[in-house]
Design a protein around this ligand. Structure first.
Ligand SMILES: NC(=O)c1ccc[n+]([C@@H]2O[C@H](COP(=O)([O-])OP(=O)(O)OC[C@H]3O[C@@H](n4cnc5c(N)ncnc54)[C@H](OP(=O)(O)O)[C@@H]3O)[C@@H](O)[C@H]2O)c1
Length: 352
């Protein structure tokens, strides 16, 4: 039996191709997982296009298996494995070595889906400490969306609070766009009792966000000064937490609608990584002006992932899966995510 997998030489979505590899077998302390479903992240598109260069990366292979988020079942355990038995349903973690606390450069250098081989394959070996139990109430397609998008949103809302004491009640939480991180953030915020504000380029997507409980919606295309609307709607309070996924074109606006003492989580850069030449940010003054905490986020550790799963189970949150592609349609799935037409998550069903 062999492994079916997708690989990329990091030269663009067209260079993705399906190949076969010999079946892997787990070594000591490892498990072999049969992968059922994989979810895509913005990062996977960037990686495949050779544009994911802002982290100093360890040596990487010229060609890798992309993607980091999967749900599957343990089919073989190596010697000395104590945590898992055959048949356990598990999820990957983006940084398998990052078990707790602040992420380190060493842990980051072991990210899956670059520089290590990822999960867009029928099988993969994981260290036994690098996976978590999948919540039983979720389908494979729902559960596979949790490792990057949901954990990142969870850490943005709760990472500054003590473990086991998630919050958000009565806070204003601002989400940017309607992609994976933002929609997970919306679901977490609403389940926590927060008031959620969301911006999107599409009125249709804003309608869908309202169905999920969004309290205030703004179209950032038709209302480019959306930060003013945030201030108006919050009666000049501003957002207590902003999940900054926009980057270059949104950060200045986030500084203009953050609450005093608020938290801006620097997560992503879908609107660009570099400030416009004629519109440089003076972050020192902007941070001082409203006593802002600016916090860089890189996913989260395994113990906080498990904390999040307990919250999802208690609140029975079902992640939003926008579209499911078959394994052979992986390239189309990447193109669909790149087009930005999705709402929530895009999933590839690998096998039953
Ligand atoms: N630091 C971390 O640990 C971490 C983890 C996950 C993701 N990220 C980063 O976070 C960002 C989002 O990731 P994702 O996986 O959620 O992406 P995604 O699912 O591809 O969603 C991207 C969404 O961003 C919105 N968008 C595009 N241009 C925008 C703009 N100018 N202003 C506001 N929103 C805009 C669009 O929503 P509408 O169509 O509704 O406008 C789009 O659907 C990416 O930069 C990614 O690299 C970082």
């Amino acid at each position: 039996m062999s492994i079916q997998q997708w690989v990329t030489p990091l030269e663009g979505l067209d260079s993705l191709r399906q190949t076969e590899a010999p079946m892997a077998s787990p070594g000591a302390g490892e498990v072999l997982v049969k992968i059922h479903a994989v979810s895509l992240n913005y990062r996977d598109v960037e990686v495949t296009k050779g544009e994911y260069k802002h982290h100093k990366s360890a040596e990487q292979n010229a060609t890798i298996v992309p993607c980091s988020d999967m749900c599957g079942v343990v089919v073989q355990v190596g010697s000395s494995v104590t945590r898992w038995t055959v048949g356990d349903r598990v999820l990957s973690t983006f940084l398998p070595e990052h078990q707790t606390g602040q992420v380190t450069e060493k842990e980051l250098a072991r990210s899956i889906g670059l520089p290590l081989n990822g999960v867009l394959a029928t099988h993969r070996v994981f260290p036994e400490y690098g996976i978590v139990q999948a919540p039983s109430y979720l389908s494979d397609e729902e559960a596979c969306t949790l490792p990057i998008a949901a954990v990142t949103a969870w850490m943005s809302i709760n990472g500054m609070r003590p473990m086991g004491q998630p919050g958000g009640q009565d806070e204003y939480v601002l989400l940017q766009g309607t992609g994976g991180v933002a929609i997970a953030g919306l679901q977490i915020a609403k389940a926590a009792g927060a008031k959620a504000i969301i911006i999107s380029s599409s009125d249709d997507k804003l309608e869908q966000a309202k169905q999920l409980g969004a309290d205030f919606t703004i179209n950032y295309r038709t209302t480019p000064n959306w930060e003013e609307k945030v201030m108006e709607w919050t009666q000049n309070h501003g957002a207590d937490i902003i999940l900054e996924t926009g980057g270059a074109q949104t950060l200045r606006k986030s500084f203009d609608c953050i609450a005093f003492g608020g938290l801006i989580d620097c997560i992503g850069y879908v609107s660009g990584k570099v400030d416009a030449q004629d519109d440089r940010l003076n972050v020192n003054l902007l941070a001082l002006r409203r006593t802002v905490t600016l916090k860089g986020i890189i996913n989260g550790p395994k113990d906080r992932f498990e904390e999040m799963i307990r919250f999802y189970e208690a609140k029975q949150i079902h992640p939003v899966v926008n579209r499911v592609f078959s394994f052979t349609e992986a390239k189309e799935a990447f193109q669909f995510l790149e087009s930005g037409s999705h709402f929530g998550k895009v999933v590839i069903k690998v096998q039953a």
